[in-house]
Design a protein around this ligand. Structure first.
Ligand code: SF4
Ligand code: SF4
Length: 97
């Protein structure tokens, strides 16, 4: 007898339900990252900062800017560390709260 065993309607429905179960993430994997979202503290060392603007340009969240000639942090830091990595003067620090 020829034919695919999965061609049987009952087996097709089981296969379909299993694939739905595999594609829908468990509730825990969607809720836990949301509730455990990390928060970061950004500190600027004004003695070390040479105001080169590299961190301002690299921050993907646009958290850093100059106000009255001083580098300031405003917004929500994602902790990507790009500002820390590209600062040539160790003028910025990012720590988990
Ligand atoms: S760690 Fe990333 S998001 Fe946070 S201030 Fe630096 S560049 Fe911006
Ligand atoms: S990259 Fe460093 S030196 Fe340049 S503005 Fe940012 S903190 Fe200051």
């Amino acid at each position: 007898m020829r034919g695919n065993v999965f061609a049987h309607p009952a087996k097709l429905s089981i296969a379909k339900n299993r694939s739905i179960l595999l594609t829908v993430p468990p509730l825990a994997t969607t809720i836990i990252p949301f509730t455990m979202k990390k928060q970061f503290r950004v500190t600027i060392d004004r003695k070390l900062c040479k105001q080169c603007s590299l961190c301002v340009n690299f921050c993907p969240k646009k958290n850093l800017s100059f106000k009255d000639g001083e580098l300031v942090f405003e917004g929500e830091c994602s902790g990507c560390m790009l500002c820390v990595r590209y600062c040539p003067d160790w003028g910025i620090r990012v720590e988990e709260k």
